[in-house]
Design a protein around this ligand. Structure first.
Ligand SMILES: C[S@@+](CC[C@H](N)C(=O)[O-])C[C@H]1O[C@@H](n2cnc3c(N)ncnc32)[C@H](O)[C@@H]1O
Length: 205
């Protein structure tokens, strides 16, 4: 047990265990991560979003509020315990009707939906096969869709972050912005294609 805790704390273990989720998904985090402000540039009412490695749903629930009753958020994670917690929290927040839970395999996301926005928040460094992972994210997005990659600055150094971003570039994404996100390194990518802004989507409806 002690050995396991040591491996986790040193980030020597690939996947964050579900119970450690309470450590970074709690009310304190809202003081420095304002999910509404973080995701509004990419999302609007009626859109489809994918929260990959959603954990306990910190971002999922906020995105569900932004897309509204006509939109959809796919909460995807490897661990069923995370998905159960997302479901419980979404029900409490009154947004469960627009959230779809999806359990991924360790080597494949397996998401069949087509989305406007994909998010990986503090999770891509846990993925062993980043090449296939980024290709899957790229293929599930609509042309003109956005992908926000956010990694924890504490244990993903600048060089490792460039390596992870490099896989996104290889998959065909183009960098669009470098948002400032507390304790993080982040890039917003676009899948080249038609212009697809949240505002345009809203007025089209
Ligand atoms: C450090 S947690 C971050 C959770 C959440 N994104 C947040 O910001 O609170 C990383 C999450 O990614 C999930 N994960 C790791 N590898 C994954 C993979 N290959 N596919 C889907 N989920 C994965 C873990 O189960 C865990 O819930």
């Amino acid at each position: 047990m002690l050995q396991r805790v040591r491996k986790i704390l040193l980030f020597d273990e690939h996947v964050c265990p579900w119970w450690l989720g309470y450590f970074f998904d709690n009310p304190l985090r809202r003081l420095f991560h304002k999910p509404d402000a973080l995701f509004r540039p990419y999302l609007g009412p009626g859109m489809t979003a994918v929260d990959i490695g959603c954990g306990m749903g910190f971002s999922t629930i906020a995105m569900a509020a932004i897309v509204g009753a006509a939109g959809r958020v796919i909460a995807a994670d490897l661990q069923p315990q995370m998905l159960s917690i997302v479901h419980r929290r979404a029900t409490k927040a009154g947004v469960a009707d627009r959230i779809e839970l999806h359990q991924c395999l360790s080597d494949r996301l397996g998401i069949t939906a087509t989305a406007d926005f994909a998010l990986t928040f503090w999770m891509a460094h846990e993925v062993p096969h980043l090449e296939a992972f980024m290709e899957e994210i790229h293929s599930l997005l609509k042309p003109g869709g956005s992908y926000l990659l956010v990694e924890p600055a504490v244990h993903v150094g600048a060089r490792r972050f460039e390596e992870i971003s490099g896989h996104a570039l290889q998959a065909g994404f183009v960098p669009a912005a470098r948002p400032e996100i507390a304790f993080s390194r982040a890039v917003a990518f676009e899948k080249p294609g038609i212009i697809h802004s949240a505002a345009a989507h809203h007025t089209d409806r």
